[in-house]
Design a protein around this ligand. Structure first.
Ligand SMILES: Nc1nc2c(c(=O)[nH]1)N[C@H]1C(S)=C(S)[C@@H](COP(=O)(O)OP(=O)(O)OC[C@H]3O[C@@H](n4cnc5c(=O)[nH]c(N)nc54)[C@H](O)[C@@H]3O)O[C@H]1N2
Ligand SMILES: Nc1nc2c(c(=O)[nH]1)N[C@H]1C(S)=C(S)[C@@H](COP(=O)(O)OP(=O)(O)OC[C@H]3O[C@@H](n4cnc5c(=O)[nH]c(N)nc54)[C@H](O)[C@@H]3O)O[C@H]1N2
Ligand SMILES: [Mo]
Length: 764
């Protein structure tokens, strides 16, 4: 367990001195502590940059120093002094670098020059920007079919970069937009669009100040959205109930010592971030929410019989909803034994949660990857929405839905058109703007792009950020497929594994990061914009000098490739790259909800993008919010694992020292794991049953119905308070086990939180 370095006592809270110590270490590690500290003062400030750490909202009325430990790591990681120069690539062949770890690759620092792969020497070598653009344009134009190219986006890209990118790709002729969101909150987008007519959450940050109850489901904010902890602890302090739902008792979901609270820090204190905890089995959440719904229906019936006030908001449902009766019938037909078995929770525990829900006038439901990365994620989210609709908890103050997004602009990228299946309305608006027709046939999502790479149908891969090959399922298979491509292009800040899986022709194009000053050719500073989880759109401008003078902005790079590929007849790419206001004007013409985008976004803290569901306007087929009526999943991974010896359900999640595939360090302080990432968390009862000791190495094998052997060897056993039959370990090391054929119904999101595996002792 972690020690509090001030008091020497074991710390039972997230944050605190441990967090401050870690901040100091990461700033020192960046090689420029003072500049780093100054940089942080501008994080999430009206005149600074948007923290690249996560998509949690910023308070509108405070100018407080809004940073967190992991925001510091993200900023320090980008603001490092280390550089990977052409000399580095001259001394290491690509084949040799493929043997390096993700940690070692990114640790080399910022990319400095555009690079081209030389197959004769097996080295990346510097290339002129204009030459790279021309060659990439020529290679793209040489493909028989634009649909043979895959255009990936990672969610750090700004609205402006993403909008320009999708404009270019559609003019080029395809809707192939595999996107990190396909591996992330896709299920939320699908379920919410079906249910409430918009694929986004409905709350704003201020709602957290008014809620009576907040359900925090399947997420680990202590690590992944640390600024959320401050809002949760404020809520518990004013008497709200915060119910954490997580198979693991994550530390940040229990207590938080705010490093920005001087008094508390001096006294080594901390405050609770939750009032109640439920630990379901992996994938057991739908059954839990069904159980709560059953109890709400029963309580409403009993109240009616007694002549007491109703528990269900019948007036809201009559005016705003459709499909209640069908859902109620299914809820009533679901048996308690099934609910208890699937959720792993007792009826008493579920009753306790239901009592909290029913006593609360204003409830918020938040969730993240613990809900979205399962086979039955979409129906689970539908069930959560159903429950919220039952008491009119959508579209009023202090209540609503809050899928907590991952990447800092993943929501904005979708808003501005990164979508393999664009709506007819969006395409029509783009066509009107450009005065030409665009492809309407749906393109590839991540899994379809993988399929196309494996089958040989895909010939080119272009990435606007990210680390596709590591983040995707079946990372070992993908690595092989990528090297068979004709063209690979990566726009990136730091070197990673995907860049080394080069196709026949291959480029790495280094870009400016969020924290850096972006000036146009006339020396005028440019600002980009992002949208957070609460649909707030705000500006972001860097303050540090660029890592090297040879970098270009993502926007300039996209414009350069676009000009060389589709020419300037329809879009004047260089002009747009020289004036981001002009891109924003274009966005506002295509998406009128942005209004007078350039004026609005220059207000301190930006503006709220209109969200009709939050106004109780439902853009669904029937114009109402829809209850979904679906049976509980049958044959869940957990149930199937019970039928075979040494079988388990494995979830893959993040340690406290990583940002997705970026590994900052080898520790996971809150879970008490140090200097090791190849670990598997397991319940002591299962250890005993399997005859395993703590620290022993095991081999994990996926159990999937294809002929592929997926093996992860030498993972160390860590006894942990985790439900029996369930395992956990770190992404991306375990992505070799995630079959690309195991994915969410309707969402096509890899089921990376419910992988069936067998466990055997390693020989070593
Ligand atoms: N520092 C840092 N910040 C980040 C990121 C990062 O890597 N590092 N990544 C960013 C991105 S892209 C994203 S998407 C978010 C991710 O944010 P999270 O969703 O918090 O990410 P995970 O680490 O995958 O944690 C999943 C949590 O869900 C729980 N869980 C797993 N399965 C289940 C289940 O079946 N039911 C329930 N109820 N819980 C379950 C796990 O125990 C774990 O606590 O964070 C963003 N912010
Ligand atoms: N097994 C398993 N797999 C998962 C997940 C899981 O929980 N389990 N989570 C999934 C989720 S939620 C997500 S979002 C994806 C993440 O997938 P990605 O978004 O593809 O991966 P990242 O690790 O965030 O990408 C890191 C790289 O982005 C580049 N980069 C950083 N900053 C910038 C920038 O400002 N501009 C540009 N152009 N490049 C930049 C750097 O080169 C860095 O190496 O992974 C998914 N994969
Ligand atoms: Mo994500």
């Amino acid at each position: 367990m972690a020690k509090d370095n001030k008091t020497g006592k074991a710390s039972s809270a997230a944050g605190g001195w441990g967090a401050l110590k870690s901040v100091g270490r990461h700033l020192m590690g960046s090689g420029q502590p003072v500049a780093g500290a100054q940089t942080l003062l501008k994080a999430n400030q009206p005149d600074g940059f948007d923290c690249p750490g996560c998509a949690w909202g910023d308070p509108k009325h405070e100018s407080s120093f809004e940073f967190c430990e992991n925001g510091v790591k993200a900023v320090a990681w980008e603001a490092t002094r280390a550089r990977v120069t052409p000399a580095f690539f001259a001394s290491h062949s690509v084949t040799a670098l493929r043997g390096w770890s993700d940690y070692d690759l990114e640790h080399q620092g910022r990319l400095t020059h555009p690079l081209r792969y030389n197959p004769l020497t097996d080295h990346y070598e510097p290339v002129e920007w204009t030459v790279a653009f021309e060659e990439i344009g020529a290679a793209l134009n040489a493909l028989d079919d634009p649909n043979a190219a895959e255009f990936y986006t990672s969610g750090r890209a700004s609205n402006e970069a993403a909008f320009l990118y999708q404009t270019f790709v559609r003019l080029y002729g395809t809707n192939n937009f595999p996107d990190c969101s396909n591996m992330c909150h896709e299920a939320s987008g699908v379920a919410l669009s079906e249910a409430i007519g918009i694929g986004k959450g409905t709350v704003q940050l201020e709602d957290f100040e008014q809620a009576d109850a907040i359900f925090v489901v399947g997420q680990n904010p202590g690590t992944n959205h640390p600024r959320m902890l401050a809002d949760l602890r404020k809520a518990t302090a004013r008497g709200a109930r915060v119910v954490a739902v997580n198979p693991l008792k994550e530390k940040g979901l229990k207590r938080f010592a705010d490093p920005q609270d001087k008094l508390e820090m001096m006294h080594g204190g901390s405050k609770p971030t939750s009032t109640d905890f439920l630990c379901p089995r992996l994938g057991g959440d739908m059954a839990l929410f069904r159980g709560i719904a059953k109890l709400v229906f029963a309580a409403d019936r009993a109240a009616r019989e007694r002549g007491a006030p109703a528990v269900i908001d019948h007036a809201f449902i009559a005016e705003h909803c459709d499909g209640l009766d069908a859902w109620r019938a299914i809820v009533e037909a679901t048996k308690w034994v099934e609910i208890e078995e699937q959720s792993g929770l007792s009826r008493d525990e579920i009753q306790h949660a239901a009592d909290i829900y029913m006593a609360s006038d204003r409830t918020i439901m938040t969730w993240a990857m613990g809900i979205t990365q399962h086979r039955h994620s979409v129906i689970t989210i539908r069930e959560m929405v159903n429950l919220m609709l039952l008491r009119g908890n959508i579209g009023r103050p202090g209540a609503g839905l809050c899928p907590v997004r991952g990447h800092s602009n993943v929501q904005g990228d979708r808003t501005v058109g990164i979508n393999e299946n664009p709506s007819a309305a969006f395409l029509a608006a783009m066509e009107a703007e450009l005065g030409t027709t665009l492809p309407a046939a749906p393109g590839h999502n991540v899994l379809e792009a993988i399929g196309a790479m494996l089958s040989g149908q895909a010939r080119a891969f272009i990435a606007l950020g990210g680390n596709f090959a590591r983040a995707a399922p079946d990372s070992a298979l993908i690595a092989k497929a990528m090297t068979r491509l004709d063209l690979t292009v990566n726009i990136a800040t730091k070197l990673n594994h995907t860049h080394l899986l080069n196709g026949r022709q291959s480029y790495i194009l280094p870009c400016l990061g969020r924290t850096e000053i972006d000036e146009n050719t006339k020396g005028v500073r440019q600002m980009i914009t992002v949208e957070d989880s609460m649909s707030m759109v705000h500006g972001s401008g860097g303050i540090n000098p660029p890592a090297t003078k040879d970098l270009k902005s993502e926007i300039a790079i996209v414009a350069g490739i676009a000009k060389a590929t589709v020419g300037t007849k329809i879009v004047d790419w260089p002009a747009l790259a020289d004036d981001y206001d002009a891109i924003r004007d274009m966005i506002a013409r295509v998406l009128p909800d942005f209004g007078d985008f350039n004026t609005q976004v220059r207000r301190p803290r930006g503006f709220h993008l209109r969200n009709r569901a939050a106004e109780r306007i439902w853009m669904t087929a029937v114009g109402k919010a829809m209850f979904g009526a679906v049976d509980l999943p049958r044959n869940t991974e957990w149930q199937r694992a019970q039928t075979a010896d040494r079988h388990f359900v494995l979830q893959t999640f993040r340690s406290h020292d990583q940002y997705n595939t970026t590994i900052y360090g080898m520790d996971d302080r809150y879970r008490g794991v140090y200097q090791e990432r190849r670990v598997v968390f397991i319940n002591p009862v299962d250890m005993y049953r399997l005859g395993l000791d703590a620290g022993q190495r095991v081999t994990l094998r996926s159990v999937h119905d294809d002929a592929v052997e997926r093996v992860a060897e030498g993972f160390q056993i860590v006894p942990y308070d985790i439900p029996v039959g369930c395992l956990a370990g770190y992404y991306p090391e375990l992505n070799v086990l995630v079959p690309h054929g195991a994915f969410g119904d309707k969402s096509h999101t890899p089921a990376s939180k419910s992988i069936m595996v067998s466990v055997t002792n390693s020989n070593t």
